[in-house]
Design a protein around this ligand. Structure first.
Ligand code: PLP
Ligand code: COI
Length: 339
């Protein structure tokens, strides 16, 4: 199929209508067949639990056109497992890894003309979504669920990709409770951060860094991504907390950092420790590695690296990760899943 006529290298991270959306319905105790819908407007029961009680889980992964022409997804089995964990936590029906991958194959093949060509720096963003669609008015889980996968060609999440951006920490509004939902990908986590993210953007910070909700002392993660930092002696440091999302990108980068001979530390990180870091990054599917130039916290501003430039270690990790994803670097761990 001929590629769509799109300015691939200029893509940002916005919704775009593509050929189809995949849907499977869970009804009468079983999952039905995969349907391909052309219309993105879907009917929903007004008493569906996703609308009232937040039974909504989502995922995010990317599909790449590789150097050798293969079309492949990055570690989609990990997303399937994480969605099962979210479903368990929200008492929703799980989608098996097998069904998740089957649906991924179907939807990507039907939208193959939207997969950005190799060399454009863009990719196909895949957004699986699981919602309680059965009607309830008392607070209880639904007995019917809809599983969707939509796909959208995307470029960088934050403007200019590898150009550093400024972050802030505020402690007036919390994102995730210590034993709440932060460790799963529940839609409500993102609703919880909209207000404080907006305050941040208004103050000139495109990205917000959240700290733990109990003591407001330890760094957790960004609203969109995990937090990583590099020390003067080139250690890779990342937060350990029950209330942050286990990032597949961060997990992969820890492996790549060890391969580069770096020491990796996953532990509690206090805000004051920001003083010791020479590079800081936001890492995730959408943000890949987005360097952070500064973090404002009250009157204090922590600065990292040279103004406007990505640091050498984050750049090296970025090149390794994207190299594997686009097929320029050997995929020795078998992370790329061929469609
Ligand atoms: N943390 C949050 C809050 C996220 O939304 C994401 C994105 O999915 C991540 C971390 C990064 O996770 P992953 O690398 O699996 O995309
Ligand atoms: C992703 O990186 O896939 C996410 O889901 C993050 C979201 C803020 C776009």
């Amino acid at each position: 199929m001929a590629k769509k006529d799109i300015a691939w290298s200029e893509l940002g991270f916005s919704y775009m209508r593509t050929n189809s959306i995949a849907r499977i319905k869970f009804k009468d105790g079983k999952w039905g067949a995969i349907e391909l819908l052309n219309d993105p407007i879907v009917p929903i029961h007004v008493a569906a639990t996703c609308l009232h009680y937040g039974q909504a889980a989502f995922e995010g992964l990317k599909v790449f056109e590789m150097k050798n022409g293969d079309i492949a997804a990055f570690r989609p089995d990990e997303n399937a497992i994480r969605m099962q964990n979210t479903a368990d936590r929200l008492l929703m029906e799980c989608v098996s890894t097998e069904l998740f991958l089957e649906t991924l194959n179907v939807i990507v093949k039907d939208n193959i003309d939207f997969v950005p060509p190799y060399g454009t720096g863009a990719s196909l963003y895949v957004r699986p979504l699981l919602i309680g669609s059965g009607a309830r008015i008392g607070v209880q889980p639904a007995d019917e669920y809809d599983f969707y996968i939509l796909v959208i060609p995307v470029g960088p999440y934050y403007k200019n990709g590898l150009s550093p951006i400024d972050a802030w920490i505020q402690t007036e509004y919390d994102r995730a409770a210590p034993n709440g939902l932060g460790h799963v990908k529940a839609g409500g986590n993102y609703a919880a951060a909209l207000y404080s993210d907006k305050l941040g953007k208004k103050a000139g910070f495109p990205i917000s860094l959240y700290v733990d909700s109990r003591e407001h002392k330890y760094i957790e993660e960004f609203g969109t991504s995990n937090f990583i930092a590099i020390t003067k002696d080139k250690k890779y440091v990342t937060s350990d907390s029950h209330s942050i999302l286990p990032s597949i990108t961060n997990k992969s980068l820890m492996t790549l950092a060890k391969d580069l001979g770096m020491q990796v530390e996953r532990r509690k990180i206090t805000i004051e420790e920001l003083e010791n870091f020479v590079e800081v990054g936001s890492v995730g599917t959408a943000t890949v590695i987005t360097p952070i130039s500064s973090i404002a916290y009250g009157e204090k501003v922590y600065k990292f690296g040279e103004t406007g430039k990505v640091g050498e270690t984050l750049e090296k990790l970025y090149n390794q990760l994207q190299g594997i994803q686009y097929g320029d670097v050997e995929d020795k761990y078998g992370w790329m899943y061929k469609i």
